[in-house]
Write a protein that binds this ligand. Structure first.
Ligand code: WQD
Length: 339
């Protein structure tokens, strides 16, 4: 079985991708420092895989540690790099920490991969690089805009690092997957999103409100230029997102060039508003939500959603799960957490 290193493999998208890799016949090897993940995710993965995944606890910024992982594992066919700090709000408060962690970890990884002749990299990027697009839906050719947060800028800078490396014929074959809004959980409810503290993102806040952990939901603005006045986003089931990583690696393996970088949007292509998420959640869970209309949240883009033609055509990938299924799975996971 081909080994795939998954940095941040105990995290939300990482853990679901570990499951998808196993189901696709690969051997996932997890690297995580548990700075933003819980050991319970490893137990959840074990419950699904019916075996313990290989795990190295350590920091991707630690070159000696990363060298050891590659040396110990022998032939690693590719790396999926999730490990990064990813809270938009926190990045505004701690920009240096975000640049140090998110940029340096990629540089250490690239140097370690070169030393161990591992050419295939799938990089976790974000639709944040597009900012508020002038045209919708967003294609990979949509011009990138100045990021609205240090977090978003670390993703844009990492893409530029890969671009420059490929221009210099660095031996890397990379794909940057630009995620839209990942939501939901594995249908088994053994793994899911584990926000630390008060959730920033809509769906974990909704599920916590439904579970009585949060008193009510505030809808951040209903005076946008959208059908119901609330922001539009492209909410994608985390398992669809996980599957896209497997397809991305398989695409890389088929490419003959020794250096390449390709960008792919990973979304459903269907926009939904905040009020539609709330309404769909009530249908999927049977729980009536307590929400109020409040002021806009600074930094929010009004609307963004993906054109996934390129991902479908070149990766042979398409999202298959509906918003209803994503919210049903998110609720099942929340209920499991509340047990
Ligand atoms: C979605 C919509 C809010 C909470 C962020 C990051 C992005 C990516 C995904 C990492 C917005 C509204 C939210 C609430 C609300 N993360 N909302 N009440 O901001 O689109 O994207 O997460 O890659 O980089 O920016 O996601 O879930 O925070 O917000 O009305 O209590 O829900 O205003 O319109 P966002 P989100």
């Amino acid at each position: 079985m081909q080994k795939i290193l998954v940095t941040g493999g105990a995290g939300y998208i990482g853990s679901h991708t570990v499951v998808a890799l196993h189901e696709a016949g690969f051997e996932p090897v997890i690297v995580d420092n548990f700075s933003n993940a819980d050991k319970s995710a490893i137990d959840g993965i074990k419950a699904i895989l019916q075996k313990s995944p290989t795990l190295y606890q350590g920091d991707c910024n630690d070159a000696a540690f990363m060298d050891q992982v590659f040396a110990k594992e022998g032939k690693i066919a590719g790396v999926i790099h999730f490990a990064a700090s990813k809270a938009v709000g926190e990045s505004v408060q701690k920009p240096i920490q975000y640049y140090a962690n998110n940029i340096n970890s990629l540089l250490v990884l690239l140097q370690t991969m070169e030393k161990h002749q591992c050419p295939h990299l799938v990089f976790s990027s974000s639709c944040t690089v597009y900012g508020q697009p002038d045209e919708l839906p967003v294609t990979e050719a949509t011009p990138k805009k100045q990021a609205t947060s240090p977090y978003g800028n670390t993703k844009a800078v990492c893409e530029e690092i890969l671009e420059d490396a490929v221009t210099a014929k660095y031996p890397i074959k990379a794909i940057a997957l630009r995620y839209f809004n990942p939501i939901g959980a594995h249908p088994s409810a053994h793994i899911g999103e584990l926000p630390i503290g008060v959730p920033n993102n809509l769906v974990p806040f909704v599920t916590q409100a439904a579970a009585g952990i949060r008193e009510k939901i505030t809808v951040f603005g209903n005076d946008y230029d959208t059908p119901d006045g609330t922001c539009l986003r492209d909410y994608i089931h985390v398992m669809d997102l996980a599957d896209a990583h497997v397809k991305a690696f398989e695409f890389l393996e088929k490419q003959n060039q020794s250096s390449l970088i390709e960008y792919f949007n990973v979304g459903t292509g269907k926009p939904n508003s905040v009020l539609e998420v709330i309404q769909t959640f009530e249908e999927a869970s049977g729980v009536k939500l307590n929400y109020e209309l409040g002021p806009r949240r600074p930094g929010d883009v009004e609307q963004t959603y993906a054109d996934v033609t390129k991902s479908t055509k070149l990766l042979g990938w398409k999202a298959t799960r509906s918003l209803f299924e994503s919210l049903r799975d998110a609720w099942n996971w929340q209920q499991k957490l509340s047990q």
